[in-house]
Design a protein. Structure first.
Length: 126
């Protein structure tokens, strides 16, 4: 597993994009996309040190935003998403959302699990 990005919940994705550009040196940004399966607007920003920040707004994160919680998840890139899910659930993780294609990642599969330290996303490396 390799850290891929940090997921951040926000109320207004365009406002938060502007905030991040103001606070950090952004070297790359995907277009904002609406993912019907996640019922959320998504965008990925890459900072000059290589850190990726995914902004998420919409129904998916509405309750977090209302509670003023912006941290949403850590995402790890994996070679075999199903094997990693099996390994993590065997260690006590709870599968929240099984693998499904994600538009932000060119339809590579993603899955969400809850671990002792919070929510993680797994994204397939291929």
């Amino acid at each position: 597993m390799k850290l891929h990005h940090v997921g951040v919940a926000c109320a207004d994705i365009n406002e938060e994009i502007a905030n991040i550009h103001r606070l950090h040196k952004v070297i790359d940004q995907t277009p904002v996309v609406f993912d019907e399966q996640q019922n959320a607007e998504l965008v990925m920003l890459t900072l000059e040190d290589g850190t990726n920040i995914e902004l998420i707004s919409g129904k998916q994160v509405e309750n977090l935003v209302k509670k003023r919680i912006s941290y949403y998840h850590l995402c790890f890139e994996v070679d075999d998403i199903n094997a990693e899910i099996e390994r993590l659930t065997g260690e006590g993780a709870m599968l929240v959302s099984p693998p499904k294609p994600a538009i932000l990642f060119n339809n590579r599969e993603v899955a969400f699990l809850y671990l002792s330290y919070g929510l993680i996303e797994l994204v397939s490396s291929h």
